[in-house]
Design a protein. Structure first.
Length: 554
């Protein structure tokens, strides 16, 4: 039996454990093993849907999740979805069980920071040993995890730092450092996270969670050259190869090197491309006008996932959005002399999109899926020029606020629809919500894909100048609050969105100088400096540029 913490004042309740495993025999065996180890309260589920229903009634302490769940999303996809819906909380322990040692599988699992991974076939001893470590660690971390569950990350970080300072048990130091890294990234304290991960890797270069934490921190800090250098090293390791290619492609997309991104993603087998990596590749192909290749890729992913309803639905919606985007492009292409061919091509794309939306949403029964379908169908009617039908859908859907935790893609569809039916104020409101959503989520691929779609909206609605000014104003406010890393991202956005404004360039360069950062997302400080030297500046700005020059040592 594992040792349990003692409390003389009250009887400690058993740990509530949920098992999620599609194989009935494996599920029963794991349950039997757990009951033989300790007095756990064990609930068993065969898939993520059952777990979701269970989480609505019970607050589990620990979830043991199989990776492959038969005709359903995989375990990682389910945990991500449950976290988005507020059902999976930081205070819940997470253990992954898998017989799949493929790099993409392990990479996906590691992104969730599980407490440990059990590789099948596992022994009762390995299960017992890992659980013993987890239970003892949980005694130390539970107050921190509970604060994280309440979105009190700053307080959690303070408490964790105190525990690390007060001679923590050496067995738990790495666990606490891993948790601190997560909190630093969540709080966007990327420089501190880089320092933490670098220190861990100096002591041991084989700590995978530190490698990926460092890469993520450098990516969001804009230190893409350093990020690429690390990733090029990880390509040589089989366990990290596919994930490294995915990250390298993300950097290439960010630098608008779309052909390079495609080449990098070609190193991953199509069957091994995750949903997010597929979206990244589709973006790279579309930006090179390789629309047919993008369509074929999405169609293959649908065919390969016909037996997995949830994933097939997601790929179907991606392909539907692709067809809607193609219809928008064709409809706006006034250079074609044959108007009938434009109408036919537009209609073909919209018909295909409607069929895919119907197939994807046939089995959906949640509010977000319904809203997602409505906005996409309204968008299709707008492209056809049928504002009346689009408004009718909005009378049903549009008077209801976007559901909590709506996906950025749904927000973007909503923005297009509201602009299309002449409700600009509503469109601007949702666009700001989308900005906030992307700022607060650290999914780098989601940011890249959605930023590209938002750029299209800004261009079509002639919003670049106003949006650039808003981003610059936000950057100034963050700068005055000494939140330099976040200010830098805002100044960069203003600089890229509406080039040629000296104030934007100066603000960007000033922030880079204050952070002693010579590169940000592929832009070199030296190049921005030369650009400013080549244009006429006011005397005040010339003095400011001189101070920046001294700081950089140019």
């Amino acid at each position: 039996m594992l040792a349990r913490p003692k409390n003389v004042s009250q009887q400690i309740r058993p740990l509530r454990v949920a098992i999620v495993e599609d194989n009935a025999t494996a599920r029963a065996n794991l349950r039997s093993h757990l009951l033989g180890i300790d007095n756990f309260e064990v609930a068993s589920y065969s898939n993520g849907n059952e777990l979701r229903n269970g989480l609505r009634l019970n607050n589990f302490d620990l979830i043991l999740m199989d990776f492959h769940l038969g005709q359903s999303k995989n375990g990682v996809e389910w945990v991500n979805l449950l976290a988005e819906q507020g059902l999976f909380k930081a205070s819940m322990g997470l253990v992954f069980i898998t017989s799949d040692g493929m790099p993409q599988t392990i990479g996906q699992i590691l992104d969730l920071h599980p407490d440990f991974i059990l590789i099948k076939p596992y022994t009762i001893k390995s299960l017992s040993t890992n659980l013993a470590h987890y239970l003892n660690l949980r005694k130390e971390t539970l107050p921190i995890l509970q604060l994280m569950s309440q979105n009190s990350n700053e307080q959690a970080l303070t408490l964790l730092t105190e525990k690390l300072r007060n001679n923590l048990n050496k067995r738990f130091i790495n666990d606490f450092l891993k948790l601190k890294g997560r909190l630093l990234i969540a709080e966007k304290q990327y420089s501190q996270a880089i320092s933490l991960y670098s220190t861990v890797l100096k002591k041991s270069s084989n700590v995978l969670w530190a490698h990926w934490g460092l890469i993520k921190s450098e990516f969001f800090t804009g230190k893409w050259q350093q990020c690429q250098s690390m990733l090029n090293h990880l390509i040589s390791e089989s366990l990290t190869k596919d994930k490294a290619y995915e990250w390298l492609a993300s950097v290439a997309i960010g630098k608008e090197e779309y052909s390079e991104a495609e080449i990098l993603l070609d190193n991953i087998k199509e069957s091994e491309l995750t949903m997010q990596a597929t979206r990244l590749k589709v973006l790279a192909l579309n930006m090179q006008d390789k629309h047919e290749h993008a369509q074929i890729l999405l169609e293959k992913k649908i065919q390969n996932n016909l037996t997995i309803q949830d994933r097939m639905s997601e790929y179907s919606l991606e392909l539907a959005r692709f067809h809607i985007q193609m219809a928008e492009t064709v409809a706006m292409n006034h250079s074609k002399p044959d108007k009938s061919s434009v109408i036919n091509e537009t209609q073909e794309n919209l018909t295909a999109a409607r069929k895919l939306i119907g197939r994807a949403c046939r089995t959906a029964n949640d509010r977000h899926a319904e809203m997602q379908k409505d906005y996409m169908l309204a968008l299709a009617y707008l492209i056809e020029g049928d504002k009346i039908r689009a408004k009718q859908i909005m009378e049903k859907t549009g008077n209801v606020s976007l559901v909590e935790n709506a996906k950025a893609s749904t927000m973007i569809d909503a923005v297009k629809v509201w602009f299309g039916i002449g409700q600009a104020d509503k469109a601007h409101e949702i666009l700001q919500d989308c900005d906030e959503y992307l700022r607060n989520h650290d999914n780098h691929i989601e940011r890249l894909v959605c930023t590209d779609k938002i750029s299209d909206i800004e261009e079509s609605q002639h919003l670049q100048k106003d949006r650039a000014l808003q981003s610059n104003d936000r950057g100034n406010a963050l700068y005055l609050s000494k939140e330099y890393a976040q200010a830098l991202s805002c100044f960069f956005k203003a600089y890229k969105m509406f080039p040629g404004i000296p104030a934007f360039s100066l603000n960007l360069l000033q922030c880079m100088a204050d952070l002693a950062q010579y590169e940000f997302q592929g832009i070199q400080a030296q190049d921005v400096f030369k650009e400013l030297q080549s244009i006429a500046l006011s005397q005040k700005n010339q003095v400011r540029l001189g101070h920046i020059k001294i700081k950089f040592g140019f």
